[in-house]
Design a protein around this ligand. Sequence first.
Ligand SMILES: [Zn+2]
Length: 211
Amino acid sequence: MSILDFAKGNQKFQNVKFKENEQKYLRLVKEGQHPKALFIGCSDSRVLPESIVAAKPGDLFIVRNIGNFVPPYKPDNDFHSTASAIEYAVSVLNVEHIIVCGHSHCGACAALYQDLEDKPELIHTKKWLELGQKAKEVALVADGGTPQTTEKVSILFQLENLMTYPEVKRRVESNNLLIHGWYYTLESGKIEYYDDEKSRFMPLNEEDVCK
Ligand SMILES: [Zn+2]
């Protein structure tokens, strides 16, 4: 895809998809957005949040970053993009669900096993990847650190970090918010969810979502 293709794509979008759903788009402008879920996903170009769950405009509030990491709550004077999205989704939009969605072939999880020491051009990435270190340590012990184990264990640590946000914790404990750990497989398009009772990832079926 070149930039010209993107321009053509927007023309096509305006003429077809936008036209088909014009009333819905205009209603969302008039009434504002009321998404039910915050989706925390990876920036990976192969993982398209709306596409993999067939979501429509207004359905998902999305934050994507390298590795679908959730930094722990840290109320200082720095810039916290992901934390700000969580805060807004929970306290302003009152989302009922937060989904942390990892995926197979995640470059961020692979990079946990690479040495970025001599790469000053990746200074922010190196720091950011610290959020996956605990997952790497657990995965190394579990099975020598395979990609899938690292990716899946990381999701659980990110859910743990999510609970360090006081408002998230409060709403989860009062049953006003549910948090979900999902794993998307690039090769099949399938999503698995983490089942707390079984302590493992299971295929995501309709009946499981209501739990
Ligand atoms: Zn990724």
